[in-house]
Design a binder for this molecule. Structure first.
Ligand code: FES
Length: 547
């Protein structure tokens, strides 16, 4: 260690603070993290700690294939073993892009040491031809405009440049912003962590303060298990409803809860989310962006507005309860953060569907769906894989109309593998040209938190594991009733058995390496898609010497 110029007095037994960094130029959302880590170090030194930054594998949504979700659990192992194998007393977790947040929380939770997360912050609002545009949400919109001839490719490229004009992650209420809000709602981040833009000087102030606070947390022995209680998870579920958050939060929170031994299941999501008003008017459910959200008061204003829906006594990393943290939180713009008695939509929670097509559950985000389609019966148009979908969706001869139900198979945790964000299937060009903007879509995939539509996701068991989704055929009638929480395949049991007798599971994706480990051990979406042998924790106890 002396080869880094570290003086003797740093080795006097003071708290060693790991700074777990997902910096990578391959993860554009996290590309500013080395500077962020420097500010954490300032705070650690100031409080009398000894900071040591270390890298873990990074996960960038934009580049990684087949999907970052395949590697979330791998990163959690990297984090867990890096922490345990090194003499680290407490850790500051630096995360931004979607999967980096749950991966770091999962890994650290399995060590159960004092930990605090600093999110990287969202990009500034996109600005295109006099209008604000949002990551993802407007990409989906513009790409459909290009396909129906309403926008040129040249304009699309210009919009792309105008959208991504600062450091930071997607600035819609996509998965990254949702998970940054979850960090704050769980009590794992300092107040205002969720929304400060990445390039705002206050993001760096927060990093400095986090560095100081983690040293105190080590001295107080304030471990993750004291913060990640059942009440904290219930708060986070309700906050996801209030912000119109991403469906991906369901899977990630189930997986994090599994690491700390908190009982949490899909029914908790449905029960706790019911009646939670959607208060945050951000894309994709509303019209504003994260920069506006921060200036309006950010997450503290939302949590305060939720009143009795929040367990206000839940402890947070700053040593205060979440209720104390938000007691005086102001709201500066009621069009961005609505009052509880005048919400954006009355029911912001995610709905969990059951039925013979998804006996272990499926998820839909009502606030991003079309009200008229929330109760719908239609005949299935089936795609066996995403490649099958891409090859046929714009075929003028495809037998499909706006009443059809699009069904996509083999995109679940094992089937793809990794459960990619392909569930928001684009509509056929011939229907887009007729002005159709939404249809019912069902799959075992996930969708981007920036996407919208009447999209049923996370069907469990998935098709590749022999779920009934695998047996759906073209022309079958499917009934969706979100109010009744029902998803039903209207096919006789005798016919289902006949189909099952001739069904063959798809071949495994690989015969070696991480893919094989993942395929053999990943659990279904309703269990958080963690690897079965990673559930729980092992603490940080060092056992044996190395030499
Ligand atoms: Fe990283 Fe959207 S691509 S948050």
């Amino acid at each position: 260690m002396k080869n880094q110029g570290l003086p003797d007095h740093l080795f006097d037994g003071r708290p060693v603070i790991g700074i777990c960094n997902t910096w990578s130029e391959l993860t554009p959302c996290n590309a500013h993290f080395r500077k962020l880590a420097e500010y954490v170090k300032r705070g650690v030194y100031e409080a009398g700690g000894f900071p040591l930054e270390f890298p873990v594998m990074s996960l960038g949504e934009t580049l990684m294939r087949p999907t970052t979700m395949l590697f979330r659990n791998l990163v959690s192992m990297d984090v867990e073993e890096s922490i345990r194998a090194n003499p680290i007393d407490g850790v500051v977790l630096l995360a931004g892009c979607d999967k980096t947040t749950p991966a770091l929380l999962m890994g650290a939770a399995s060590c159960d040491l004092p930990a605090l997360m600093v999110s990287g912050g969202p990009m500034l609002n996109g600005k295109f031809r006099g209008q604000d545009i949002g990551s993802g949400t407007d990409v989906w919109r513009f790409s459909e405009d290009v396909r129906r001839g309403a926008m040129t490719e040249c304009e699309f490229v210009e919009a792309e440049t105008c959208m991504n004009r600062s450091a930071g992650h997607c600035m819609t209420m996509g998965t990254a912003s949702t998970m940054a809000s979850v960090v704050e709602a769980l009590g794992m981040g300092l107040p205002t962590n969720a929304a400060i833009p990445a390039v705002d000087s206050r993001r760096y102030t927060l990093a400095h303060l986090a560095g100081s606070r983690i040293v105190e947390m080590v001295r107080e022995d304030l471990r993750m298990s004291k913060i990640l209680t059942r009440q904290a998870f219930e708060n986070a579920i309700r906050v996801v409803g209030a912000i119109g958050g991403s469906t991906n939060a369901v899977i990630h929170l189930l997986a994090i809860a599994g690491r700390v031994g908190v009982e949490l299941n899909l029914d908790d999501w449905d029960r706790l989310g019911r009646g939670v008003p959607c208060l945050v008017n951000l894309m994709p459910s509303g019209k504003y962006l994260m920069e506006d959200f921060y200036y309006a008061g950010g997450l503290p204003a939302v949590i305060r507005e939720l009143g009795d829906l929040i367990h206000r006594g839940a402890l947070t990393v700053n040593g205060k309860s979440i209720g104390e943290n938000v007691a005086a939180a102001p709201c500066h713009n009621r069009d961005v953060i609505k009052a509880a008695n005048e919400p954006l939509t009355g029911d912001g929670g995610l709905a969990v569907l059951r039925g013979n097509l998804c006996p272990d559950g499926a998820v839909i985000k009502p606030s991003a769906a079309t009200p008229a389609l929330m109760k719908h019966s239609g005949r299935a148009v089936v795609f066996e894989s995403i490649e099958d979908f891409h090859s046929r969706i714009d075929d003028p001869k495809l037998d499909i109309d706006e009443t059809s139900v699009m069904v996509l198979k083999n995109c679940g945790p094992r089937g793809y593998p990794g459960m990619p964000e392909v569930g928001n299937l684009t509509l056929p060009a011939k229907l887009l040209q007729r002005g159709i903007t939404d249809m019912v879509r069902i799959s075992d995939a996930r969708m981007s938190g920036t996407a919208y539509g009447t999209v049923v996701l996370h069907v469990a068991p998935e098709a590749a594991s022999g779920g009934r989704l695998a047996l759906v055929e073209n022309g079958d009638m499917i009934d969706l009733d979100v109010v009744e929480r029902r998803l039903h395949l209207d096919v006789s049991e005798a016919e289902i058995e006949r189909r099952r007798a001739v069904w063959h599971p798809p071949a495994p994706p690989a015969d070696r390496g991480y893919y094989k480990l993942y395929y053999e051990h990943v659990m279904q979406a309703d269990r958080g898609a963690d690897l079965d042998f990673l559930v729980g924790g092992s603490g940080v106890g060092l056992t044996r010497e190395s030499h």
